[in-house]
Design a protein around this ligand. Structure first.
Ligand SMILES: O=C[C@H](O)COP(=O)(O)O
Length: 247
């Protein structure tokens, strides 16, 4: 298949200076298998420190960025500023941002386009809520969210799609490998039908939602699961087991 495995670690709004030091030390001692790409995403306030202290083979992502390069947008961070600090990735469209900060599909698409234009790669998150799954709306929701991104970009080279069912995030209720594979295959087919076969074949589609050191290896065996976006477990030593999940 030839797609490199991708493991993202999203710290969310967690961490302290002391934790930053110990997590970075732990990551610097972790062997990254060849063919696996690891990117961690600390809160913005720690991002510069993490980038300076972390070994270069591990990437760093912001957890959000805006649609402008600079200006009177209090509290926002631009992809251009991320680039300035050597930050090459950003997570966009996370369900927590969609839910708590009312980010629409269109806005996520705009932010994705702006980040890519500024040279920052994007982990673009999509995923259905529990009631949407229970009313058989999963495909409708995730393809609508993916279209919100596809409508705004042409080049998918620097995009990783993260499928994160909202009901699995932080709940300990992981999607089964078959449940995740089914949605990943649907997303890849959507890309083939609506963007191109080559984009469908080359774009990494990663899974997020209660991934841990015990369930990662089984999920990683599935054909269309190209890695993970990890929340809670990326703050624990078991993150190294997830990094090694495809071995
Ligand atoms: O960005 C990461 C996801 O929201 C997954 O979080 P979780 O591993 O704590 O369920």
């Amino acid at each position: 298949m030839g797609r490199n495995f991708f493991v993202g670690g999203n710290w969310k709004m967690n961490g302290s200076l002391a934790q930053v030091k110990s997590l970075v030390a732990q990551l610097n001692n972790t062997v990254i298998p060849s063919g696996t790409e690891v990117v961690i995403s600390p809160p913005a306030i720690y991002i510069d420190r993490v980038r300076q202290e972390l070994k270069p083979e591990i990437g760093v992502a912001a957890q959000n960025s805006y649609t402008k390069a600079s200006g009177a947008f209090t509290g926002e961070i631009s992809p251009e500023q991320l680039k300035d600090l050597g930050i090459d990735w950003v997570i966009l469209g996370h369900s927590e941002r969609r839910e708590y900060f009312n980010e629409s599909d269109e806005f996520v698409g705009e932010k994705t386009a702006h980040a890519l234009a500024a040279g920052v790669s994007v982990i673009a998150c999509i995923g259905e809520k529990l009631e949407e799954r229970e009313t058989d709306k999963t495909t409708e929701v995730v393809t609508r969210q993916l279209k919100g991104i596809a409508d705004k970009i042409n080049d998918w080279t620097n995009v990783v799609v993260a499928y994160e069912p909202v009901w699995a995030i932080g709940t300990g209720k992981v999607a089964t490998p078959d449940q995740a594979q089914e949605v990943h295959a649907t997303l890849r087919k959507w890309l083939a039908d609506n963007v191109s076969e080559s984009v469908a074949e080359s774009t990494r589609i990663i899974y997020g939602g209660s991934v841990n050191g015990s369930n990662a290896a089984e999920l990683a065996k599935k054909e269309d699961i190209d890695g993970f976006l990890v929340g809670g477990a990326c703050l624990k030593p078991e993150f190294s087991n997830i990094i090694a999940a495809r071995l």
